[in-house]
Design a protein around this ligand. Structure first.
Ligand code: SAH
Ligand code: SF4
Ligand code: F3S
Length: 453
């Protein structure tokens, strides 16, 4: 490895996993920019490749080693000059295994140590040895990472909370991301203000457990998510707010009311429930019952009749009987989701459920198939129900074909409209004319409207 001339180094970042990884990847690129790294779209010929990984399910983690094998070939083609860094949740969980199985990896950095990247890169150059850093330092990485670059585009993500103290039986996040920590409100507001100045109009607040947010407010008291959302809604030019991912146990009354009272908050909530069986919810250590979830949904529909919901489900958790699975199906049928993600339970090393007797693969497969068929039906039904609606769309840019512009509905559905003028960054009313499986078509019904609905 030799040092390139500053300003000429090429950085390629590959991101797996959740939105928080997407956000972190962007922050790492911003951090390395002053050192002369400019991002490139392909790994070929890059001076540095960062692979930001996900450990949530077995298949996600497996992807890492096959991708590393391909990078090794490219590294050899550069005469060993390409530096390979593995970051993210696999780095945290399996850092030593990575260095053993893939000794050509130069750098393994866990999610809480990204602010140390420049120092760690220098250390690799200096010692010509691989470096592993999976510390959970006392300082918060966000105090040391640069803010999101001025513009992520019309729709932007902002991580406000990280880590998890909930320890669900199946989940690696508390081990890979560490204890729950909230950023101070002032730094979030400042970052959001800069994003809006750079052209962002919709911001999604991110956290593994975002509604447990309890960051320090400017007055020294702990602010709730609802309080933070209220403050952010006051930023001129910020038209839409979302937050993800939430836990049912942290849906406070104040947050429920925000869906009625906060003019920027979208009527759309991702609320993972995982299962409809109280026995399984208990085995999962979810700390809520199926009826708690039902109550939250009913109350939100009452406060804001146009609310729509998405969720996550796991089928085949240890101990799940046919009756437990049927309880999940019943909950799905009665809730009617706009969209939902469903997964086969995947054994994660070191988590409590990994040590329990496992269900046969074919049982999990059959349940997943049945659940996904129902969820697909509901998604189609939801999309179809928007046909004929006249609804505000936030335009994000041009469409795939000439003469088209593209935007997002209140429910984050992609919407495509024929229009001779670009309306990027503006909200206009659109009549939805057609629903495709993953997008909507519409016509502009009004020339100008800039208020969020
Ligand atoms: N913090 C969020 C979600 C984190 S992970 C929450 O509390 O719900 C995203 C989703 O991955 C989870 O909601 C869950 O449905 C799924 N998931 C997590 N661990 C899993 C495992 N071991 N096997 C299958 N799916 C899993
Ligand atoms: Fe994982 Fe549960 Fe924490 Fe969500 S709440 S991140 S599923 S441990
Ligand atoms: Fe994956 Fe880590 Fe996100 S395990 S889902 S990248 S928090």
């Amino acid at each position: 490895m030799t040092l390139g001339t500053p300003n000429t180094r090429k950085l390629h970042v590959v991101t797996h996993g959740c939105q928080m990884n997407v956000y972190d990847s962007a922050r790492m690129a911003d951090l390395l920019a002053p050192l002369g790294y400019t991002t490139v779209d392909a790994p070929e010929g890059a001076d540095m490749v960062i692979m930001n990984t996900c450990h949530i399910r077995e298949r996600a983690a497996d992807k890492v080693f096959s991708a590393l094998g391909r990078l090794r070939v490219l590294k050899e083609e550069t005469g060993g000059r390409m530096m390979i860094a593995v970051t993210g949740c696999v780095a945290q969980a399996e850092g030593e295994v990575i260095l053993k199985r893939a000794p050509y990896v130069d750098l393994v950095v866990g999610p809480q140590a990204y602010h140390k990247l420049p120092e760690l890169i220098a250390q690799v150059h200096r010692t010509n040895k691989s470096v592993l850093n999976t510390d959970f330092p006392a300082e918060q990485k966000f105090d040391f990472l640069p803010d999101a670059a001025a513009s992520q585009g019309v729709i932007a993500n902002l991580t406000i909370q990280e880590g998890c103290d909930k320890f669900c039986s199946f989940c690696v996040v508390p081990y890979t991301r560490g204890a729950e920590a909230s950023r101070p409100a002032a730094s979030i507001i400042a970052e959001a203000t800069r994003m809006v100045a750079g052209g962002s109009r919709e911001i999604a607040l991110l956290g593994q457990n975002v509604n447990a947010y309890h960051g320090e407010g400017p007055d020294g008291s702990a602010w709730s998510l609802a309080r933070l959302l209220a403050e952010l809604a006051e930023i001129p030019g910020l038209l839409r707010l979302r937050y993800t991912t939430s836990h049912p146990s942290d849906m406070t009354e104040e947050l429920l009311l925000a869906h009625r009272d906060n003019h920027a908050l979208m009527p759309y909530l991702h609320l993972p429930v995982q299962s409809g069986s109280d026995k399984i919810l208990n085995a999962m250590n979810r700390k809520h019952k199926a009826d708690d979830f039902r109550r939250i949904i009913a109350r939100l529909r009452d406060l804001r009749p146009d609310m729509a919901f998405t969720s996550d489900f796991i089928v085949g958790h240890p101990g799940e009987s046919d009756a437990d699975f049927e309880a999940t199906m019943a909950l799905v049928r009665e809730t009617r989701f706009a969209l939902a993600y469903s997964f086969k339970y995947s054994t994660r090393p070191g988590t409590p459920a990994a040590g329990l007797p496992q269900l046969p693969e074919e049982v999990k497969d059959a349940r997943l198939y049945e659940l996904q068929a129902e969820l697909r039906r509901q998604q189609d039904e939801f999309n179809a129900s928007t046909v004929g609606l006249t609804t505000p769309v936030l335009f994000t840019g041009t469409g795939r074909y000439g003469g088209q512009i593209a935007g997002r509905s209140l429910y984050a559905q992609p919407v495509v409209v024929e229009s001779p003028v670009e309306l990027t960054g503006e909200i206009h009313t659109v009549t939805i004319t057609h629903a495709n499986p993953n997008s909507l078509l519409g016509t502009l019904t009004q020339s100008k409207e800039t208020k969020a609905a």
